[in-house]
Design a protein around this ligand. Structure first.
Ligand code: EPU
Length: 420
């Protein structure tokens, strides 16, 4: 298993190009299963997770050719509506195949994802929504066996869910009747999925709002699709580099992002006193050289502060001046980074889903372990501003969601080595 050796403290300089969004690419790749076609997807990040979904889609019968960030997906001859445990257990997003498989084949056998690094993370909303749409669902030996004819209905999610909204949207691909989702997710990744589905011929009203009115591709239309689509940039990667600049009191420029998508993070950075200059809607310079002010945050669904930035924010607050609180309202037990940060000298107390952080002057490098993707990102950030060397193990978690992270950090003047 690879490790990172990072020599701190680092002073960052230069610019970095933000990669395509993992959480937009995964459902859009999967959506290609729903309707036969040849789809060229650009700006797909080359990550462990996009490779895992590729394997799963190949098992279903897609032919996939990738050249760095362009994936050509041929879904014409898909014929095996099964998602095996081996692939689903390594990545929860694999559960997304349920919707497009049901839409195209009227049946599917999909492994339940099981636990994740920070708790159970259920898929009950997905299952209840498909039952409401008329699908028979049986759970047996860890698998969901689903079959039936999808039908028009109104789905009311009690909590907004990115995955369940995406799954239902893809379930509607070939349904020539209206489905309404109330309390739909509004995240940019869901908007991107809606834009893709619209491009392949679906009709979706209310994109970017919490009420979606969805109509699939009309039955009369049976033309194979030939579509090219560009995936949006990764807002969480952008937010992570933004915090890297703050933690190292540096000046860096982020290119190829959508600045609007990280507004909640920008607002907090400004409250701290960072100077941000927007060159265009896709380019931003962050400059910071003062003491970090302690600021409380609470994660929330979009456009609130993202839970996927909570670990990185706790890292930042570890070296602030004063005391701050971080409350995660989306996930209650996503805190595996805290004990590792404490090992680096941070002063953090966790009470249920609220972390209280007393800033320390400096962190010290040591050996730490990434417990999941964003926890790993938090440790990389801590290592950048720590005294001495930090060795981070289990970087395979980081490789799931950050494309070429060590080359990007090296280009920003960081001394980082991947130990094989
Ligand atoms: N929930 C349920 N039942 C369900 C589905 C969700 O109780 O059937 C709950 C969850 O436990 C959570 C809340 O609803 O408390 C919201 O979860 P959501 O379904 O929105 O999360 P997700 O779709 O499983 C996606 C991202 C996550 C990100 C969350 C929240 C992908 C592939 N994953 O997960 O990304 O944290 O939305 O924004 O899009 C990451 O990239 O590191 C990551 C974990």
């Amino acid at each position: 298993m690879d490790k990172f050796l990072i020599k701190g403290p680092a002073k960052l300089k230069g610019s970095v190009k933000i990669s395509g969004s993992k959480n937009a690419a995964l459902p859009i790749m999967v959506a290609c299963i729903g309707y036969p076609g040849i789809y060229t997807l650009n700006n797909v990040p080359d990550l462990r997770d996009t490779r895992t979904i590729t394997k799963l889609m190949q098992a279903i019968g897609c032919k996939i050719h990738s050249n760095k960030n362009t994936f050509i997906i041929n879904s014409i001859d898909c014929n095996n509506p099964v998602a095996p445990y081996d692939l689903v257990k390594t990545m929860r997003a694999s559960f997304y195949v349920l919707g497009p498989l049901l839409s195209r084949f009227k049946k599917a056998k999909v492994s339940l994802p099981g636990g994740c690094a920070w708790g159970p993370r259920p898929v009950d909303f997905h299952i209840k929504a498909f039952e409401k749409m008329g699908i028979n669902i049986a759970l047996d030996k860890g698998y969901v066996f689903a079959d039936g004819e999808l039908d028009s209905t109104v789905i009311n999610f009690k909590t907004s869910s990115v995955g369940a909204t995406g799954n239902v949207l893809m379930g509607c691909t070939n349904l020539d009747k209206e489905v309404i989702i109330n309390n739909a997710a509004r995240e940019p990744e869901i908007v991107d999925l809606c834009n893709f589905l619209t491009k392949i011929g679906m009709s979706i009203d209310g994109i970017g709002t919490s009420i979606l009115r969805i109509k699939g591709i009309p039955n009369s239309d049976n033309k194979t699709r030939k579509i090219t689509y560009d995936i949006i940039p990764d807002r969480i990667e952008a937010g992570t580099f933004l915090i890297a600049a703050l933690m190292t009191k540096s000046e860096i420029t982020l290119n190829n992002l959508i600045v609007d998508h990280i507004q909640s993070i920008i607002d907090k950075a400004k409250e701290i006193g960072a100077v941000l200059s927007m060159h265009s809607k896709n380019s931003l310079t962050i400059k910071y050289d003062k003491n970090i002010k302690a600021i409380d945050i609470k994660t929330d669904i979009y456009p609130g502060f993202p839970t996927d930035m909570q670990p990185q924010w706790i890292s930042l607050m570890s070296v602030c001046k004063g005391e701050s609180k971080v409350k995660d309202t989306v996930y209650f037990d996503r805190f595996s980074h805290i004990p590792e940060l404490i090992r680096m000298g941070a002063n953090i107390k966790l009470d249920k889903n609220i972390a209280t952080i007393k800033g320390v002057e400096t962190l010290s490098g040591t050996e730490v372990m990434a417990g999941d993707l964003r926890a790993g990102a938090a440790l990389v950030l801590a290592a950048l501003c720590a005294k001495h060397d930090t060795i981070i193990s289990r970087v395979y978690h980081i490789d799931r969601g950050y494309e070429d992270i060590e080359s990007k950090l090296k280009s920003l003047n960081v001394d980082i080595v991947r130990l094989k």
